[in-house]
Design a protein around this ligand. Structure first.
Ligand SMILES: [Zn+2]
Length: 106
């Protein structure tokens, strides 16, 4: 494993999933980052959403998407990422903590 996987900036020590509003991640170095639900959904890193963005299409809402957006379920994907299941049953995106942290850092 590359060294940066051990970096505490990229290691979550607490995760708070608020299914109607967003996700709060506390990183091991003390930074608390809050992410808005829609922002997370729009940044979904899965291949389907990437290709939609490449075409200039909206990742969310899709014609079949229930509104408002909600998280149905969220679980850790190994130690490195968060797998979110949305209320439109989209669940292929895994959000790496390293990317989430870089996002929070701007
Ligand atoms: Zn996606």
């Amino acid at each position: 494993m590359p060294d940066h996987d051990q970096d505490e900036r990229f290691t979550p020590v607490d995760l708070e999933i608020k299914k109607d509003t967003g996700v709060t991640i506390t990183f091991a170095d003390g930074l608390v980052a809050e992410y808005n639900l829609v922002d997370i959904r729009l940044a979904c890193p899965c291949a389907t959403c990437r290709s939609l963005r490449d075409q200039g299409a909206e990742v969310w809402p899709r014609p079949s998407s229930p509104i408002p957006l909600r998280i149905d379920d969220a679980e850790l994907h190994g130690a490195w990422g968060l797998n979110i299941t949305w209320n439109d049953q989209h669940s292929t995106g895994i959000f790496p903590f390293e990317a989430m942290r870089k996002w929070a850092d701007g």
